[in-house]
Design a binder for this molecule. Sequence first.
Ligand code: XMP
Length: 333
Amino acid sequence: DWVMRDHIAEAVAKIREQVGDEEVILGLSGGVDSSVAAALIHRAIGDQLTCVFVDHGLLRLDEGKMVMEMFAGKLHARVIHVDASAQFLGQLAGVSDPEQKRKIIGREFVEVFKAEAAKLKAGGAGHKGATFLAQGTIYPDVIESGGAKTKKAVTIKSHHNVGGLPEQLGLKLLEPLRDLFKDEVRELGVALGLPPEMVYRHPFPGPGLGVRILGEVKKEYADLLRRADAIFIDELRAWKDEATGKSWYDLTSQAFTVFLPVKSVGVMGDGRTYDYVVALRAVQTSDFMTADWAELPYGLLKKVSGRIINEVRGINRVTYDVSSKPPATIEWE
Ligand code: XMP
């Protein structure tokens, strides 16, 4: 539409003016905000932008592939894919405390990103070196960090955030989404040609599957969880609500699978199994501060549970989380 086209033209002009002939680095996570920021900045300055996508080994099934196909493949943006999964999993080995896990993931993320940014800052190979760090900060983030000082000092969960990075890196900040609300960011993303599945995707926490594998994180657990979660999400997308015609994916605010490192007994064919348990979590919320568990249709739950148990060898039991927030949180860690 016209309004959006004008908005894009204006935003592009502003970015060009701010950046001039300098170069920009952006940390691409695959989430809505960094994806839309990347698409917009790429529209404005093309190869003067380099995206850094850090794979911490705790992403969802095929997520790295999808991000690369979209940004490097379709948009022809410069994207550096850093496979740091061995480093992250190595640092997490033997650690089961949720806060410690979050801190390790946050710290490693900063380390890996800083190392890549330092290389890009140095330039070379036809590039003179980056002077800007772009971030997908949106208006609600601006308000939240301003109001943070008045919040209670109790930390329920330490959030993975990259605050302070521009100063540490000696880079200027570029935040083209600073004035936009989430809905506007989504519309902008669609107008820039990003697929709606990407732009309307449920939020995914920075520490990724690291907070959805209870206790110690192991590659074996992450692999099982990725496959089970992909089945749950596929079925949520496929299952339409008759009254509204919407999919259950769109009717929930966030839905995912949690890996429980406990084994229970089951029976399959003539044999006994002794395998892991997963929990399905689906919530409805307007602000993520409080949330209700979603009343998913039994037929959907039945299909998901049947598929996970039949298709993912190593999981023989599926449970559904019927806890609201508060007192439970949305993520299990
Ligand atoms: P909780 O579990 O606290 O989650 O009810 C509320 C919302 O925040 C998301 N979340 C995170 N997002 N980094 C993020 O970017 C994090 O460390 C993090 N922890 C929780 C969670 O997925 C939910 O949407």
